[in-house]
Structure formats: C-alpha cells, structure tokens
Ligand binder design. Structure first.
Ligand code: ATP
Ligand code: MG
Length: 289
C-alpha cells in the first residue's frame, strides 16, 4: 500500500505476500494522517480477534466516496505481526531484504490485469474465477466486470497428491515431490493416483463456486483461470473444463510480456501459473525510501 509508513518493513529489494483482513472506512476529508491512523487502529480492534499489540496494520486513502465527495474512503489492512515476521524471515534466509509486504489478493488482481486481453471484451461484463491451487491452500478470487466481488481460501492443494504418491509408491516426501514434477512415475500413476486427484480438484472447484453462488447474487461464472503450482499438472485444464463446462484457461501472466534472452521461454511457460502471485507482487509500485 503506497504512501504509508507504519508497521511494514520497507527497506530493500524483497517482496513478501500474506493474506490479511481488509476493511474500508469512511472519514471526513479533513481528517489528519494521525487521526486516520487512530481510526484505523479502532477499526482493527473490531475486525480481528487477537490483541492489537500482535497486529500490523496499514492504510491507504482511496479517495472521495460516491455518496459524499466531502468524505474519503480509507482502506485498512490488518495482519498478525507473526505472519509478517515469518515471511520476512523466509526472504532473509533467501538473501533478500523485504521492502514491502502485500496482501496476496492484491497481487493476484495485478497479475490478472496481464491476462484480461485473452478474455472476451477484455473481461468487461464477465464473471471470472481465479482459482490458485498451491501446496496446501486454494485461493479463490472472483471478479465481475474486472472488479473483485469475492475472495475465499480453501484448505486443499498439491500436497495431497504428493502424499498419495509417497504412500502408493513408498517414496520419501521429497522424492515423491520431485517425481511428481518430473512425471517420473510408474504407469499405474496416471489412472490410479493422478486421475482421482484431478477429479478431486474439479469437485473442490465446484464446491468453491457453490460457496460463491450461495453467498452472492451471482449464479454462474463465465471463465475459470487456473493458477498456482498445481495448474502446471498436465491436462488439469481439460479435466476442469469437461467437468465444469466452463471456459478454462491456464493463467500465464507473462504471455504479453517481452522475455529476456536469459530466460528459458519454455520453462517460464511451464512455471507461469505458479508465478502468478509472484508476478503480481513484482508489478507493484512502491516509493523507494
Ligand atoms: N510441474 C508440476 N507438476 C505437478 N505439481 C506441481 C508442479 N509444479 C508445482 N507443483 C505443485 O504445486 C504446489 C505448489 O504450488 P505453489 O507454488 O502455488 O504453492 P504455494 O503458493 O507455495 O502454497 P500455498 O498457496 O498452499 O501456501 C506443490 O504441491 C507442488 O508439488
Ligand atoms: Mg499459493
């Protein structure tokens, strides 16, 4: 969130992502920065269940509200401090200094802007579900008319497939993970392990969309965009399309970017859905200190 200097570290080259609580508050335009901060803390107290000392918060003035131009809409983002510290420590362990910590939904929406050109009417009037399937979590972000209308996380991911490979073929987890990515597994893998997993992914997506339909006025989605490491599993898009009967695309945020000659284009295309959020983070603006 540009322009603020609160609890987030802003001092180097790394970027980290986290889920966080987000809320909009309305304040008179003349509210000073110090008073906005006080109000943001009051708001944070209401939206989180843990002690305020354990919280990092940030805010951004979005601009006048539609109802009353004398009032400003202010976005408040709150996260547990320890969740931020964990990510900063991970970046440090990789030799990076964290400049900014951002909410992954925002990074997802930024990466999404790179692929709207692949959608009818550049995404206008369309309902688009971005399904990011990671190792343990599936993040669902749904947009209508290119604006976010729904966000939820489900505890489902590729770790389930790794564990099943490890169990069936009696492999340590690391080897199972490696064999999964390289596709180096016995013939029975496809029909007995992979296919049931792909069906489970489809059921999970179906369920996620049911949650969306039952908690919003929407009754259908026009496109599914698959992102996250699991989107690299061969034929996942075909299985999802055939189960859901909804246009399904692999989310490649680099498809309209010029690629440096130092980057292996084929490898980048294979890893692109896994780099969706990362790409959104990298596209973020921030004010250098
Ligand atoms: N080529 C591939 N084939 C199969 N699975 C893959 C491939 N590449 C990555 N994965 C799987 O994708 C998952 C990791 O995805 P991703 O990098 O999006 O996760 P993450 O964002 O770190 O996790 P989470 O969102 O759950 O916290 C792992 O389960 C990994 O095994
Ligand atoms: Mg993820």
């Amino acid at each position: 969130m540009e322009g603020s200097r609160h609890a987030y570290p802003r001092c180097g080259a790394g970027l980290a992502r986290l889920g966080g609580h987000r809320e909009k508050i309305i304040l008179p335009q003349e509210t000073t920065e110090a008073d906005i901060e006080t109000q943001a803390i009051t708001e944070a107290n209401q939206i989180v269940s843990f002690p305020i000392e354990d919280v990092s918060l940030d805010f951004q003035v979005l601009g006048p509200t539609q109802k009353n131009p004398q009032d400003n809409e202010v976005l408040v983002v709150v996260s547990r401090k320890d969740r931020i510290e964990e990510r900063v420590a991970a970046a440090e362990a990789a030799g990076l200094k964290t400049a900014i910590v951002d909410v992954d939904t925002y990074a997802t929406l930024r990466a999404y802007e790179q692929i709207t050109f692949q959608l009818p009417e550049d995404g206008r009037n369309q309902t688009v579900a971005i399904i990011d399937i990671g190792a343990t979590t599936t993040h669902v972000n749904i947009l209508h008319d290119n604006l976010p209308v729904y966000q939820r996380e489900h505890p489902f991911g590729g770790q389930i497939l790794t564990q099943e490979i490890s169990r069936r073929f009696d492999l340590p987890t690391e080897e199972a993970e490696d064999a999964k990515r390289k596709g180096l597994l016995p013939e029975s893998y496809e029909s007995e392990v992979l296919r049931p997993f792909l069906d489970a992914v489809s059921v999970e997506i179906q369920r996620a969309l049911q949650f969306f339909f039952s908690s919003t006025p929407y009754q259908s989605v026009d496109h599914i965009l698959l992102a996250g490491g699991c989107a690299s599993i061969p034929s996942l898009d075909e299985v999802v399309f055939s189960k859901m009967q909804t246009s399904t695309l692999l989310a490649n945020p680099f498809s309209k970017m010029a690629i440096s000659s130092r980057v292996k284009a084929r490898q980048l295309a294979a890893d692109a859905p896994a780099l969706f959020v990362v790409c959104g983070l990298a596209l973020r603006r921030f004010d250098p200190e």
